[in-house]
Write a protein that binds this ligand. Structure first.
Ligand SMILES: Cc1cc2nc3c(=O)[nH]c(=O)nc-3n(C[C@H](O)[C@H](O)[C@H](O)COP(=O)(O)O)c2cc1C
Ligand code: SF4
Length: 445
């Protein structure tokens, strides 16, 4: 069960504009409540008109890669104009709600609480890039809130482009943008090599804009309140707020909207009960405590430790847990999730996962650690060699773990483990994996 830490009470746009949260109402808002709070989507009646505001706002994607949104909008709009000249059809927009990262809860919650904000964003981007087709891509069956929102909007004729819902398979790669386009085109949700980028040639060959659902919700607010409003929180170079899914030492998931630049210690806690932070989820980076305690939630600060905020998954691993066991379990999952289409995933990730499993057990061969460091090292067996970012993200997670949990590796080499010092319950998994996934090394057999 996910709790929401900072929901906004009903109170209209002025209150909303004043501070946080911007995106999360206290309870699911139907169309009536949404229109009372925000009014209708502010169409500009001109393709491309919103792009300058989005550029001035500094909005970046909230799906993980943090790419500037205006650049993708402009690329798809430009490609669309070229097609129109050749009378070859129109562009496509996709709201990506796959949330394929197992630890993330923010997109599902946003779609439950504020579906109309996401749908406004989808319609506004459709206008901005001249799209004739809009898709909503979800990893679970669409909930009642989203179905009701679509029906209510259709009844009032609010949407200019019809929205098609497609369900993603519950796989880690299903939310990657080329996998999204493949799935929407009726194929398997597997990534493919780029170029061409989907913004040039995506669904059915049409220039396709894929944006995370949270990105679209921010865009819907920027269209209403403007770039200066958006920049009222955040840092000068990384403006705005972001939804985070936070695991404090109690292991429960909380979704919280945080200003970019917020000290991580206020979100995660940094007391003696915390041994390390994980920032950016399972393609993210482990940060050592207390060395990283002064860091803030922005890529400029996180970058000092080679980390990035990603899709906002933040976890504080408590002292009584074994980081090595957690990392071995998640890496095994990531290796199993790879499509096995490319060399690094086929040959590299299973070996890395097996080596980590050996380190997480009692004692290991010295060669195993040497091999593991080599395989997961920069530009070695895995990095930069796949069709998608999955192998790179996985080795980033592993590399940081090898550095942060070095003392635990030594402890295991001597036949000890932090978790066993603290009673049997501490062996229960801390980092979540999808239901049905093995929870211990023995479960995999
Ligand atoms: C392995 C992998 C999984 C991804 N899963 C998601 C996802 O579930 N949801 C999402 O919005 N983006 C996901 N992304 C990022 C998308 O490829 C894409 O960059 C994003 O949807 C673009 O939206 P944004 O610019 O608004 O963030 C994933 C990327 C990778 C490499
Ligand atoms: S790099 Fe790995 S996950 Fe990505 S497409 Fe290739 S095999 Fe699949």
């Amino acid at each position: 069960m996910t709790t929401v830490v900072n929901q906004s009470a009903p109170g209209g746009a002025a209150r909303q504009a004043a501070g946080l949260p911007r995106l999360l109402p206290a309870a699911p808002e139907d169309l009536r409540a949404h229109l009372a709070r925000y009014g209708p989507a502010p169409y500009r009646n001109q393709s491309g008109a919103l792009i300058a505001d989005v550029e001035a706002s500094g909005l970046t994607g909230r799906g993980g890669a943090g790419f500037p949104v205006h650049r993708k909008l402009a690329a798809v709009a430009r490609a669309g104009v070229r097609l129109a000249h050749r009378q070859q059809g129109r562009t496509v927009v996709v709201a990506n709600g796959a949330e394929s990262e197992p630890a993330s809860r923010k997109d599902e919650l946003l779609l439950q609480l504020a579906p109309n904000l996401v749908l406004d964003g989808l319609q506004l981007t459709a206008e901005a890039v001249g799209a004739a087709e809009a898709h909503l891509y979800l990893h679970y069956a669409p909930g009642p809130q989203i179905l009701r929102a679509l029906a209510e909007r259709a009844a009032r004729g609010l949407d200019r482009v019809a929205v098609t819902i497609t369900q993603a398979p519950p796989r880690f790669l299903a939310g990657q943008e080329t996998a999204v386009v493949n799935r929407l085109g009726g194929g398997p949700a597997l990534p493919t090599f780029q170029p061409p980028r989907v913004s040039e040639r995506g669904l059915g060959g049409a220039p396709t804009l894929v944006q995370n659902v949270e990105t679209l919700a921010h865009l819907a607010l920027i269209a209403r309140y403007g770039p200066r409003w958006f920049r009222a929180v955040g840092t000068a170079t990384e403006p705005g707020s972001m939804l985070t899914t936070i695991y404090r030492p109690d292991g429960k998931a909380h979704v919280r909207e945080a200003a970019i630049g917020t000290p991580l210690r206020t979100l995660l806690g940094d007391g003696a009960e915390v041994q390390a932070w994980l920032v950016g989820g399972y393609h993210g980076t482990w940060l050592p405590m207390p060395d990283a305690a002064g860091i803030t939630l922005d890529n400029a600060s996180l970058g000092q430790f080679g980390a990035a905020a990603g899709a906002g998954v933040l976890a504080a691993l408590p002292s009584g847990r074994c980081g090595l066991i957690e990392v071995a379990r998640v890496t095994r999952y990531l290796a199993a999730e790879s499509a096995g289409q490319c060399g690094p995933c086929l040959n590299g990730l299973p070996r890395i996962a097996a080596a980590l499993a050996e380190l997480a057990g009692p004692g290991h061969r010295r060669q195993t650690l040497t091999d593991l460091k080599r395989w997961s090292g920069p530009r070695n067996l895995v990095e930069g060699r796949g069709a998608c970012n999955h192998p790179d993200g996985t080795v980033r997670f592993v590399r940081s773990a090898l550095a942060v949990f070095e003392p635990e590796i030594q402890r295991h080499a001597r036949g000890h483990c932090s978790a066993s010092n603290h009673g049997a319950t501490d062996r229960a998994p801390f980092l979540p994996l999808p239901p049905g996934m093995p929870t211990s090394e023995e479960d995999w057999n």
